[in-house]
Design a protein around this ligand. Structure first.
Ligand code: PGA
Length: 239
C-alpha cells in the first residue's frame, strides 16, 4: 500500500519535525514496508528520513531561472527531493494550472526520474452527468501524461470530495478505479475525505492501492492509525 499525507499550506517547520518524529518512529517500530509519503510545505522540507519519503506539493519545471515565487529543481536537489505531487485539484482549480502546464511539469520531473503522484478528478457537475461524462473529463486530464512512466502513482480525487467530508460510494470508487486500471499498471490511490473511520474500508476495495489524505492526516497519530489499517489489509490483499 501507499499512504500519502498532503499538508497543503498547513504546519510550520517545527510542527512538521514533531510530526515526522512520530510517523518515523511508528514506521520503524512496526517494521512497516508500505510506502509512506509526506508532502509538507516548502518551508518545512528536510532530507528524506530513513523510512518515510518526503515529497513536494509543487515544483517549477526548470533547473533554475527567473520565475518569481517558484521553486525549481536546483532547490529541490539541495534537499534530495525526488517525489512530487502533480495535477492536484487545488492547483488546477484555485491556482489555475492548465493541462498544458501540468503536462510540461510531468514531462520535466519524469525526465528527472521523480516519483510522481499524479492527481485526477472531476467536479460535481461532471459526476452528475454519469460515468461516461466522468471518464471523458478524466481522459482530458491524461493529455500529455505518460501513463507508462515507471515511477508513476495515480491518485483519483473527486474535487467535490476534497475537504468536504463527502466520498463516492465504495462501488463508485471501484467502478472508477477499475476503469483506471485498464489504462495503467501504476498503483492507484483514492483521495478525498479519507479519515480514520473510512480508510480501511476504502483501501480494501479492488484496485485501490493506497490513499492520499489531506486534513485527516494532519494529526500524526491519525495518519499512523491509517498506516496500521493498511498493514492489516496487506495479507488480505496479498501485498
Ligand atoms: P482531504 O484532502 O483529505 O482533506 O479531503 C485530500 C487531498 O486534497 O489530497
Amino acid at each position: 500500500m501507499i499512504l500519502c499525507a498532503n499538508f497543503k499550506a498547513n504546519k510550520t517547520r517545527q510542527e512538521t519535525r514533531a510530526y515526522m518524529a512520530v510517523v518515523e518512529s511508528f514506521v520503524s517500530a512496526n517494521d512497516i514496508t508500505d510506502t509512506i509519503i509526506v508532502f509538507p510545505p516548502f518551508t518545512a522540507l528536510e532530507h528524506d528520513p530513513r523510512n518515510v519519503l518526503i515529497g513536494v506539493q509543487n515544483g517549477y519545471p526548470v533547473k533554475n531561472g527567473a520565475f518569481t515565487g517558484e521553486i525549481a529543481l536546483e532547490q529541490l536537489e539541495e534537499f534530495g527531493i525526488k517525489t512530487i505531487l502533480i495535477g492536484h485539484s487545488e492547483r488546477r482549480h484555485i491556482l489555475g494550472e492548465t493541462q498544458e502546464q501540468i503536462a510540461a511539469k510531468f514531462r520535466f520531473f519524469a525526465e528527472q526520474g521523480f516519483l510522481i503522484v499524479y492527481c485526477v478528478g472531476e467536479p460535481l457537475e461532471i459526476r452528475e452527468q454519469g460515468h461516461e461524462a466522468l471518464m471523458a473529463y478524466i481522459e482530458k486530464q491524461f493529455e500529455g501524461i505518460d501513463l507508462t512512466y515507471s515511477d508513476l502513482v495515480l491518485a483519483y480525487e473527486p474535487v467535490w470530495a476534497i475537504g468536504t467530508g463527502l466520498t463516492p460510494s465504495n462501488s463508485d470508487i471501484e467502478l472508477l478505479h477499475g476503469a483506471l486500471r485498464m489504462k495503467t499498471t501504476a498503483p492507484l490511490l483514492y483521495g478525498g475525505s479519507v479519515k480514520v473511520d473510512n480508510a480501511g474500508e476504502i483501501m480494501a476495495l479492488e484496485n485501490v492501492d493506497g490513499v492520499l489524505v489531506g486534513s485527516a492526516a494532519l494529526s500524526a497519530n491519525d495518519f499512523c492509525d491509517m498506516i496500521a489499517q493498511a498493514v492489516e489489509l496487506n495479507t488480505e490483499k496479498g501485498e
